[in-house]
Design a protein around this ligand. Sequence first.
Ligand code: C6P
Length: 419
Amino acid sequence: MKNAMPKNSTQTKAEKLREDFPILKTMVRGTPLVYLDSAATSQRPSQVLAAYCLFCQSHNANVHRGIHSLGEQATDRYEAARERVASFIGAPSKHTVIFTRGTTESINLVCYSYANKFLKRGDIIVLTPMEHHANLVPWQLVANITGAKLRYWPMKPDGTLDMSATNDILKPPVKMVALTHISNVLGTINPVTEITAAAHAIGAKVLIDGAQAVPHISVNVSEIGCDFYAFSGHKMCGPTGIGVLWGREELLEEMDPFMTGGEMIQEVFLDHSTWNEIPYKFEPGTPPIGEAVSLGAAVNYLSDVGMDWIEKHDHKLAAYALERLSSEEGIEIYGPLNGERGALISFNVEGIHPHDLATLLDRDGIAVRAGHHCAQPLMRQLGVPATARASFYLYNLHEEIDQLMEGIHRAKEVLAYAR
Ligand code: C6P
């Protein structure tokens, strides 16, 4: 195959790992699936599926309630998953890990329980133009409710933040900085440790949206030094319906509950209630128990594979895709071109609407995402209504990028013929 990448050890390991993912054997329209949409949701290995099944078959009960054996088993497994997640992200204690339904809920929790309580008129919330709507719309509501103002960090044409603007952006009365660790459109890896230190120097708090980071790179919240860190299980080989908010203990203690009901209380009287300790204060009702247990299994899986290996493998895939796409006529690539990026590439092919491209690629069994990727302000800044996006993970192969390129060539031919 022209331009095909020579095999290397990373590739061989990825080929082996593919055996863990039954869905990768799926045929789409008569051709084998080429799944290049892990930034939307990743696939799950048999080990994670088995953990969910085992929980349902052998340990299913509600948690923190029943004084029966099954209830204790379920509680032990739920809490063990919290412990695994805590150590995976370098959290100082498992009580600072809150299970939510996903990144979106984690960020909303901080907005309602922290920002609405502690921000006030005249304060400034700093965001970036590359935020997913999940880390933008909730802050707009905070601004409406508290009277705080939004300020956006300027972005350079290469899709990186303009760090020379740090002193202009981070100055009193900035009280909150909320930014993505890795952009789901540009792939930009933001210097979150540096930004956190600069924000703390002026007394601002920092929330990091880690939805596209935790699955791909080693994240240590203690080393970053941030105040809140949010991510989703389904982008890291885990199930949907489970996510995490990590928060600094003293802040979580000061915050009021986001949602109320069973489990999150200490005592309920007819006219008032008192709250349970963290993290339970933020986990009202019956939590997604089997999902949390499966997330624990996903963390075990990723740790066994090795986050260092995943980071390197993803990096090689992104670099190869960048090389192939940028050597092609009529393809515009968004985001950093120097290879310093996460495992995804957004692009447009001249004369082909990204939705048409995605539809034609699907005919070849190739799954990419097309659209605004829940980042409409960024699309406006890029001057496009939508992009196509190919995203990669530990089970992807260089050959699949070759197949993507062949698919793009076929799409060009089909559309040229149709004109
Ligand atoms: N991005 C994508 O295709 P949820 O839906 O709550 O699990 O994650 C929301 C979210 C927040 N931040 C970032 C940076 C994200 O990428 C996402 C999810 C998917 O890009 C679905 S829109």
